[in-house]
Write a protein that binds this ligand. Sequence first.
Ligand SMILES: Nc1nc2c(c(=O)[nH]1)N[C@@H](CN(C=O)c1ccc(C(=O)N[C@@H](CCC(=O)O)C(=O)O)cc1)CN2
Length: 295
Amino acid sequence: MQILDGKLVSAAIKAELAEQVAQLKAEGKKTPHLAAILVGNNGASETYVASKVKSCAEIGFNSTLLRFDEHISEKHLLDHITSLNENADIDGILVQLPLPKHINEELVINNIDPSKDVDGFHPMNVGKMVSGLPTFIPATPYGIMLMLEHYNIETKGKHAVVIGRSHIVGTPMSILLSRNSNPGNCTVTLTHSQTKNLKELCLQADIIVAAIGKPGFVTADMVKEGAVIIDVGINRIADETKKSGFRLVGDVKFDEVAPKSSYITPVPGGVGLMTIAALLKNTYHAAIGQKGGMN
Ligand SMILES: Nc1nc2c(c(=O)[nH]1)N[C@@H](CN(C=O)c1ccc(C(=O)N[C@@H](CCC(=O)O)C(=O)O)cc1)CN2
């Protein structure tokens, strides 16, 4: 069993981006600039956005964080997005999800200029991704593909079972893994809450991508010997022994599944860190006017 080390791979991607940014600066070209919008006081969202802003600074990107009270009106938020769309210095815009319930997430995403939509959530970019056209790929599935590529994991002809059909992870993941590309060329089964025979399907899987948001959902009895396990879950479990009051666990019962797997991502230190690296890659491509890094 080998650990797929998100810390190591994301550091390599960030180092490469730092060199590319230094090159842009040396040529007198524009420094990539990411704008992040954070609404409310969700602790996890604050951590993720802080990490995005910190990563920008580490590699020489500019970033702007716009923080809003959880009661901000939808109209006010849309006005801010319009002004970021019109600001020529901003290359990438992300709105951290989830948003408070009174705000229509779909409407907000649809108002981001698709050429600045570095999360790849705008329907125009989703359509391009489905059609195999160059575009921004949502950061988590993009990060997973970069991880598979880094470790040279054979995916061609393999059966991948994706657990969870969210717009930001499961659905795009199923599309990317089934593409005629490397990594890719998998036969994909996209499973969800209505799937009847999930355990049997998982037992047939060469690759499992767990993105269901349920701690420890994938257990050893669901996994074939030698399977590749990608754990997207980042669940906060109360733990009084920790200073933060919680610990992070994935959607996979790591201790019992790891010995059966050929490769496995840890939580923390796996897919989450790749999400940030992939977002930075998208932002770099937005800044140089090129969409997508894996098309
Ligand atoms: N606008 C977006 N919102 C959300 C996205 C997204 O891609 N775009 N994805 C998730 C959260 N997410 C990115 O924003 C994200 C999740 C996890 C991590 C990460 O670095 N995880 C670390 C642990 C961090 C911790 O201590 O909590 C790890 O796994 O090692 C980064 C980004 C939902 N919203």
